[in-house]
Write a protein that binds this ligand. Sequence first.
Ligand SMILES: [Zn+2]
Length: 81
Amino acid sequence: MEIGDAIPCRCPKCRSTDLTLFEQFTVCDVIAVKGGKMADRHAGEFPELTGRVWGECANPACRHRWQFRRSPVMAAFRAGT
Ligand SMILES: [Zn+2]
């Protein structure tokens, strides 16, 4: 997906289509151990989607926050955008 692609979502409270999506991932901190001592460390590796997506309405008079039942990001991805 790229900037300008359509994402099918709107605020369920005020119907605004200006909002922020929070797509949740889990990540691993990877720690290499050699001879019983930490030899290397990489943070935030192997991101995996949890499937949970939150929205926050950008309308200053609303600011509603909610969790999507189905990811609008995945819906847009499947639509071929
Ligand atoms: Zn709203």
